[in-house]
Design a protein around this ligand. Structure first.
Ligand code: AMP
Length: 114
């Protein structure tokens, strides 16, 4: 995959509001928040998107969701809930080609999305 802005954030070459980090994942606030709380969880390994995740990535996908839950709890989202979204490809609205999990909370979110 080609280099993306998220790779630069992971390597701390450009600034981000980093909320959580472990050996496999990083969480940072979205630069264009769509809710009072909006952060992204990314794998440090640069998978392009969910379609790029194979059987060897099963553990990693679980670790991403664990990072989602940990960070959501830390930010106080557990009580009222939150939304988890993974955009995949053009129709999914994916604009950055590094797998990322959106986490949105802090307001009531409507359904369906646009
Ligand atoms: P997607 O459209 O699913 O690919 O989401 C990409 C997200 O990355 C968007 O919500 C952007 O606002 C966000 N984004 C782009 N550049 C940055 C950045 N430098 N720091 C934090 N979030 C970013």
């Amino acid at each position: 995959m080609s280099e993306t802005i998220f790779g630069k954030i992971i390597r701390r070459e450009i600034p981000a509001d980093i909320l959580y980090e472990d050996d496999h994942a990083m969480a940072f606030r979205d630069a264009s928040p769509q809710a009072p709380t909006h952060f992204l969880v990314v794998p440090k390994r640069p998978l392009t998107n969910l379609l790029d995740a194979g059987p060897d990535d099963t553990l990693l996908l679980g670790q991403l969701l664990q990072a989602v839950v940990h960070t959501a709890r830390t930010l106080g989202l557990a009580e009222d809930g939150f939304r988890v979204v993974i955009n995949v490809g053009a129709d999914g609205g994916q604009t950055v080609d590094h797998l990322h999990v959106h986490v949105l909370g802090g307001r009531h979110l409507t359904w369906p999305p646009g």
